[in-house]
Design a binder for this molecule. Structure first.
Ligand code: GUN
Length: 284
């Protein structure tokens, strides 16, 4: 059986560090503030936002949820973000994705101040990541959380063949950038890739972020590979599972993230970590 890359445990350790950092800031009269904007009533988004809010409060932050109806105009939403950009009690802003179709998502995300952009979605922060600049800037929480998890388990990346499946701005693209910056050779696969297994069979590390149930089985992975499964799918029995057929590959690969309890908790712990990072960077 492969080593389980335990995101739940690693996230809980990271949260403990974050809690202590917040305590220290509070002793200096500073309370990190996270604002989460949620537009409309998507059930999954509502659940994610509630979980973020609960954890932020538990760690001692100031957590604000701005819940607005799906009928909000783009101009009204831009005005709300401008208000949050100027609010000195808020150090981190997250606009929950997805947004209603009548709103230009890029315009909204790019309106967030790059110094409060806890998701690392703004062009300035994406650019810093791609240039591998040294210095302080936020990076998309899921890929950054995955890097923390890989580091925790001493997964060596330099010179390794990595495959990232999915090319989203939230996961795939920043993940590929982080892996390249760490010295891996990276292929980015996506819906137009004709033969996914041609790449994955050869990979030392596979990061799958597609939302396709059982995208990868035993025949698609190399013995001893490391698998990180970002997928969140419901199987035929209503259970939460990833993109990778866990039971089929678990005795062939060296290490794998479980779903649930792998990447999910790392994303939210990284959100908390970066809210405190932004607060501290703002003081410098
Ligand atoms: N929706 C699902 N995941 C995310 C995320 O990491 N950030 C934002 N803003 N929205 C999301």
């Amino acid at each position: 059986m492969a080593i389980l890359l335990d995101g739940k445990k690693t996230a809980s350790e990271l949260n403990e560090t974050t809690r202590k950092r917040i305590l220290k800031l509070k002793q200096c009269g500073i309370v990190p503030g996270l604002a989460v904007v949620i537009v409309g009533e998507d059930q999954a988004s509502q659940r994610y936002v509630r979980n973020k809010h609960k954890l932020a409060l538990k760690l001692g932050m100031n957590s604000v949820i701005k819940e607005v109806p799906a009928s909000i105009t783009e101009a009204q939403l831009l005005a709300l973000i401008t208000e949050l950009n100027q609010d000195t009690t808020i150090q981190a802003i997250l606009v929950q994705d997805p947004l209603p179709k009548h709103i230009n998502e890029q315009r909204i995300m790019q309106s967030i101040s790059s110094t409060k952009d806890v998701d690392g979605f703004t062009a300035v922060n994406v650019g810093q990541l791609y240039l591998n600049l040294t210095g302080n800037y936020p990076v998309a929480c899921t890929p950054k959380g995955i890097m923390t998890l890989l580091e925790k388990y001493d997964i060596f990346l330099r010179g390794k063949k990595a495959v990232v499946i999915g090319r989203s701005a939230i996961v795939g693209k920043p993940m590929a950038a982080l892996l390249v910056n760490a010295g891996a050779s990276v292929s980015i696969l996506h819906r137009y890739t004709t033969e996914i297994a041609e790449y994955t069979r050869d990979a030392d590390l596979i990061i799958s972020a597609t939302g396709v149930l059982r995208l990868l089985g035993a025949e698609a992975v190399k013995p001893g590979a490391v698998i990180v499964d970002v997928g969140q799918n419901l199987d035929e029995t209503g259970h939460l599972v990833g993109d990778v057929d866990f039971n089929a590959v678990k005795d062939k690969v060296a290490a794998i993230t479980p779903v649930p309890g792998g990447v999910g908790p790392m994303t939210i712990a990284t959100l908390m970590q970066q809210t405190v990072d932004l607060t501290e960077w703002g003081l410098a």
